[in-house]
Ligand binder design. Structure first.
Ligand code: GRF
Length: 210
């Protein structure tokens, strides 16, 4: 049974997609053991409470030094017993001590088709604003392993979403979440929980079909 800790920052719609997928059997062999938020105001914490999942807030402003925050975050993850850390709408840059402790065991959902519209400064609505400004006709979402870079780790799954002529950043963000993010993240967790993939020479390979 894969133990999963989910890190959140906001509304928690990606967390909810994971919780729903566990409940309806789309994710097997996995248990969500902890939700960690960097914001006390995150509605994702409410979603965890309703689902009966332990949660806590580890926020930088509670610590006088960055190093103490980083140690507290690592401690919270290790104490949860998680084998996999899932960044679900998480806006915290994951510190190196955590990346080192969980090699190819942290996954992130990015709301674009990496390597497009990713890297420093590309998060949230800004990603979709850049997509519309560039005029691309297809965007989407990517689930990838987290390494020491920003959106640079091995890609696990991607899903394309059409950009419509009358899209606003908000309508596009919603469609990317509905059609891509909320499907890809649960699917990636299920693949990992059932030992269906491996990383070879920096690229994800699938061992067996689900
Ligand atoms: C959205 O900006 C989405 O594109 C990105 O995280 C935000 C959703 O957060 N992946 P949440 O899962 O609703 O908290």
């Amino acid at each position: 049974m894969l133990k999963v800790a989910v890190m959140v920052s906001g509304g928690g719609t990606n967390l909810q997609a994971i919780l729903d997928a566990v409940a309806d059997g789309k994710i097997t062999n996995a248990q969500i053991v902890k939700v960690i938020s960097n914001s006390r105001k995150a509605y994702a914490l409410e979603r965890a409470t309703v689902a009966g999942i332990p949660s806590e807030c580890v926020t930088r402003r509670d610590y006088p030094e960055e190093k103490q925050f980083q140690e507290a975050l690592l401690r919270a993850l290790q104490e949860s017993g998680a084998d996999l850390v899932v960044l679900a709408g998480c806006l915290v840059v994951i510190p190196q001590n955590v990346v080192d402790a969980y090699p190819n065991r942290i996954i992130n959902i990015h709301p674009a088709l990496i390597p497009s519209f990713c890297g420093t400064g590309y998060y949230g609505l800004g990603v979709h604003e850049a997509v519309l400004a560039r005029g691309v006709k297809v965007t989407g979402a990517t689930v990838h392993f987290v390494d020491s870079g920003t959106d640079t780790g091995p890609i696990i799954l991607q899903k394309a979403v059409e950009v419509l002529d009358d899209d606003t950043p908000e309508t596009l963000q919603r469609r990317v979440m509905e059609q891509a993010e909320w499907k890809l993240l649960p699917q990636a967790i299920d693949l990992i929980a059932n030992d269906c993939l491996e990383v070879v020479d920096g690229r994800v390979r699938f061992r067996k079909d689900r």
